[in-house]
Write a protein that binds this ligand. Sequence first.
Ligand code: ADP
Ligand code: MG
Length: 953
Amino acid sequence: CYRKGKTPRRPALKKTNNVEKDPVGVYCRIRPLGAEDEECCVEMISSSTIQLHAPDGLKANRNGEYKETQYSFTKVFGINTGQMELFEDVARPLVEDLIQCKNGLLFTYGVTGSGKTYTMTGSPGEGGLLPRSLDMLFNSIGPFQAKRFVFKPDDKNGIDIQSQVDALLERQKRDSQQSVPKTPSSRQKADLEFADMITPEESRKSKNIDEDCSYSVFVSYVEIYNNYIYDLLEDAQFDSVRPKPPQSRILREDQNHNMYVAGCTEVEVKSTEEAFEVFWKGQKKRRIANTQLNRESSRSHSVFTVKLAQAPLDADGDYILQDKNQVNVSQLCLVDLAGSERTSRTRAEGSRLREAGNINQSLMTLRTCMEILRENQMCGTNKMVPYRDSKVTHLFKNYFDGEGKVKMIVCVNPKADDYEETVLVMRFAEMTQEVEVARPVDRPIYHLAAGRRHRNQAFKDELSRRLEERGGPVNGGDSALMNQLIESLPALPPCELVDPTDDQTLPRLIEVLEQRHRIRQMMTEQVTHTANKVKFMLQQFDSQMSSKDTFVHDQQSKLNEKEKVILNQKTEIERLEKKSKTLEYKIDILQKTTEMYEQDKRSLQQELEGQEQMLQKELSERRRMEQRMQGVVTDTKLKWEKECERRVNAKQLEMQNKLWVKDEKLKQLKAIVTENSSGGSFPPEPPKKPERPSRERDHTMPQKRSASPTALPVSDFILKNHHNHSDHYCTSTPSTSSPYPSVASCISEWEQKFPIDSGSQSRLHGTPQNQNRTPAPGYSTNSVDRRRGQRWAPDTEAPTNDLDRNTVPPVRPTHRRSRSAGGEKWVDHKPASNLELDTVMQPIIPNAIKVSTPNEKALSKCHKYVLRHQELASDGEIETKLIKGDVFKTRGGGQAVQFTDIETLKQECPTAPRYNISLKYPGLIMLLRVFCSVSLQMYFGVLFMINKIEDSI
Ligand code: ADP
Ligand code: MG
């Protein structure tokens, strides 16, 4: 069940996604401008880019709308590019691939006259890609070629292998059939020879040749014209009298789904010259047919196929392995496509036009196929590629569907006439570059030791050297052994016949000879047996070797896979490393930013703490200050109180003493006078108490008044005393007529009756003091009184309502001002230290004389006196007290004020925090200010009073 020799293609690959693909290599070759052409429309701007310029004529026609366009290629070859350079870049890799069992397709594309044929075939001295490829191939495989007919094409696109003997027989048969022996000398000199095409120094050779293989080259040459395929190497006799149209060929698909021209002649060639000769023969035939059949050669595609068959040598390296499975076939197709110009340009008519249309159609199909292929590959679609629509595309279907290397050389003639066609060519070329073709896989490794051919050759050489040394054939060396063997045989009896009737000698001889024959047979059998044994051993050894080779091969492929994995992982690692580096960098930046922020935060926190500490310090400072101030205030107040008391007491004592001294003196004087006048019958009168001011209902409270143990006061000085602070304000006009009671006594008396408490600060009406106080009989405590909260002086009559009743001043009624004379007149004493408060309730007193310091003049004009006194309440708010009093005329002709009432105006904040620093601060200032004014006033008031008292005394 041997398969046929491998067909040019490998079995169609299972279309998997991981098949490696290469794009179609598209090269551009610009030919030099012809002598008759002037305008150049193509410019090479880089090694891979050209620029098209619209010719002047065209620009004028189209109103200059044509722009310069650029096209890029795998590589661009300018006008100075030689054939060799082109070959090195484009065709040489394909020949290498061919030797490595890989298929290749190279075609030239362009308008007629653009240099396709020049590029592919070349001209004498400037051989094109085809002769150069053949040359390189034969240079490489030359010494390793198999004998003719060892490889034999079957008619199904495969290659059979046959033994050397069969090949020899076939050779002989063919030679005998050949009517005219073909020798170079017989060739007509008119034919182009390969030697004309390239010089020996331009020869190239592949270094990757497998020397343990045998090679054979087969060439075929077909022309596709009008969508018909013609075999150019067909050995048909051309009848010049009645020319028959050449038989067209059909395309078939082989068992590996590769397309081939059925029945196409494949000529085995053994040298470049021979191959080129075959090519030239086909070329000649093509020319003749074109002339005969009136065809236009530029309208046909020519396909020259170089097929390389290779098979490994056997283990000895002597003969080709007779295993068709091991035959590898690869092929390189060199295609010179028809001119790509449109039909109209050729001005063809009739059948020529139709034919031209067909040719054009085949190139159209090629373009369509490429477009759909590209679309399928790029968009992942699965559109059917219309290969079958033309013979050219159908023939090369497997290059695009299967695997192989495809290259295209786009030939450009830069002349202006070709411009429009060239633009179309460029578009096709650009599009083709995007088509990808599966990369051919590497050829399998044979499971035979490498270097077999070499070893065999060396062995043969050594053998022949030895033979030469011994001067005889190889068997001669073994003559001694042969002699020994012969000697070991039974000796021949004497075989001389002397008697015709001797019937013993011959039978004996026969017997001996038969014996010898038997021995010989036995020995032969033994030798054969041994040989077989050795052979068997060798085979075993060979199979072992091959299995080891297989194992090695397997391991190798595994290793390759692993290497691939490692490579992938390496790239992955590199990628990850890069990523991690960028991430690290980012982290670094973020950390730095965080540090910066933290530093900011720390400094801000420090600042905050500092400020908080400062605040705390300030607060505690303020508290301390407050306390100190409070302490100072209390101290000063107490000091002053004590001082006042002390002085008052001292003064009082002094006054009393003086008074009593005076009284005593008076008494004594009186006694003397009385004694003198009446004989001293009158007991001395007690000193007359000064008359106290009486009121209308004064008599109702005699007890109260008599409670005073000391002299009667001339006027009431009501000193409002407060725990914290108070206005000690007394005003008095100078009085010299009557002695004054001591102020201290007045105060003490007052205090005894009305113990001072904080309640006195509050509104007086409704307070316990007010309620407990027994009002004068017959004097109802009506609502008005209560509202006014009047406080009566203990030793004066209860003053009546200012409106209803006349107050009784502590002076004689004759001194009293008539109420009806002009209503009440007020002295509104507002010390300059008072603050203007923005309160709604403001004391408005009509007809008031406003003063800022006690004014005697003003007092003399008024009945009522009001002092606006501001102080700081315990909650920090300023409290305004209106201390009201009545003005009396003193006996001495001055004025005295009896304080009768206190009205308190106070503002409170409903939500004010008690320890509001900002509020406390102004409060403290206020406190200090009030304290200062109070203490000064008190001081001066007391001084003033003392002076007055002193004066009066
Ligand atoms: P095509 O096959 O495309 O119709 P040809 O190969 O026949 O064109 O070229 C037309 C002419 O131009 C030939 O005479 C050829 O020698 C010449 N020619 C083409 N390309 C070049 C080139 N690169 N250098 C010199 N001559 C060229
Ligand atoms: Mg041509």
